[in-house]
Design a binder for this molecule. Structure first.
Ligand code: PLP
Length: 388
């Protein structure tokens, strides 16, 4: 890339060279179909199992509890609809207002099929109150799905507290409620130990952690009953049919291992960069509003609203100056619809449309942050002078 400054790591990340190096042989040398019987194919089969082992070490689970998918969207769909398809009757599910659309639209679809769904609101900092999750439980509740880290604001939900409150609830059949978390934005940032989190299912996407796009996993705790969305040749122990994407599976295993190894040192680097960015933005635009709270978010993601401005011209102005950021989530960044996440946090429509998300990553430097602040200052001044 030219001298652009990439401040959009939450949208996607570049494939790491070390990751690509491990993937490369599986494109044209070891290209066997893992399901074929001859010895040549065992190279592919083994590579998948090595990756499964790598992922399971990070999640601290059994290898057999890891299922490869095409990414975070599929993993969320598989968890939510997989539970719904398993039962004979429609039931009830709980989610939150700030989830990714991969989750929310699955709920809408189930709602159309007769399922009852409860979408609980969030605190002003974007986090979910675990007690509200318990309040939403009903005798017929089958699943609670709460994201670990929000993709727009970085807000962190206390999944451990949520699962513990559900498991210890005196409400009837609460102990049978399955818990899913979308950990797509948590991978490489927070602890993914599934036992500590107390979840039955957890989604991860490769392209947020320097693996390729189009690969992900769903962790499914042993004994969890799910119906497959993809039926066919019976791959992935019949839960996810389709010839495996071997190079990308290899890439995901390497990428998640590296991400976990670097997680804590990255965290402290990000704390410093976040501080610099927030202070810098506050200095040039004191009216700017930080969406989310310092103490309840990951430092990688910094989201500001600038009242009186629209996100789109801000993003385009920044792009013109070589800063790549985003407004709301990547999927909705081309539209002027206010972010559903910010609206759920209580922002007005005007505040919600004037938001910019800066998301940093392993190659972000202090100089990048300085240049971002300076570019933002210039863009805000230019846009303000155009509107007067
Ligand atoms: C929180 C969250 N969940 C799910 C997804 C979807 O993942 P994928 O792009 O791998 O389908 C994303 C991607 O932006 C995300 O941020």
């Amino acid at each position: 890339m030219d001298d652009h400054i990439y401040m959009d790591y939450a949208a996607t990340t570049a494939l790491r060279k070390e990751v690509f190096a491990e993937m490369e042989p599986y494109f044209s040398e070891n290209y066997g179909n893992p399901s074929s019987l001859y010895g040549f194919a065992s190279e592919s089969r083994n590579a998948i199992e090595i990756s499964r082992d790598q992922v399971s070490k990070v999640l601290k689970c059994r290898r057999s509890e890891i299922f490869f998918t095409s990414g975070g969207t599929e993993s969320n769909n598989m968890a939510i609809k997989g539970v719904a398809l398993k039962g004979n009757n429609v039931g009830h599910m709980v989610t939150t207002a700030t989830e990714h659309h991969a989750n929310l639209n699955s709920f809408i679809q189930l709602n159309d099929l007769g399922w009852n769904t409860t979408v609980i609101g969030v605190n002003p900092d974007g986090t979910v109150d675990p007690h509200l999750v318990e309040d939403a439980l009903r005798p017929e509740t089958k699943l609670v799905s709460v994201m670990y880290v929000n993709n727009e604001t970085g807000a962190v939900n206390d999944i451990e507290a949520i699962s513990s409150i559900i498991k210890n609830s005196s409400k009837s059949s609460a102990e049978n409620v399955l818990i899913h978390t979308d950990a797509v934005q948590a991978a490489g940032k927070l602890n993914l130990d599934v036992n500590k989190l107390g979840v039955d299912m957890l989604s991860i996407s490769g392209h947020k952690i320097h693996a390729p796009k189009g690969i992900g996993i769903l962790y499914v705790k042993k004994g969890t009953e799910l119906s497959p969305l993809m039926t066919g040749g019976g791959q992935e122990r019949s839960l996810r049919s389709g010839t495996e994407n071997v190079p990308s599976i290899v890439g995901l295993g390497v990428a998640i291992t590296l991400a976990e190894r670097e997680r804590l040192s990255q965290y402290s680097t990000m704390v410093g960069l976040q501080k610099k960015l927030i202070h810098g933005v506050k200095k040039i635009a004191p009216e700017g509003r930080l969406n989310g709270h310092f103490n309840s978010k990951v430092p990688w993601i910094v989201n500001f609203s600038f009242n009186g401005f629209q996100g789109e011209p801000l993003i385009l102005g920044l792009d013109f100056k070589g800063i790549l950021a985003s407004s709301g989530s990547a999927c909705s960044s081309a539209s002027v619809e206010p972010s559903h996440v910010l609206m759920a946090m209580g922002l007005s429509r005007d505040e919600a449309v004037g938001s910019v998300r800066f998301s940093m990553g392993r190659e972000t430097t202090e100089n990048d942050v300085d240049r971002t602040i300076e570019a933002l200052r210039e863009v805000l001044n230019q846009l303000a002078s155009m509107s007067t």
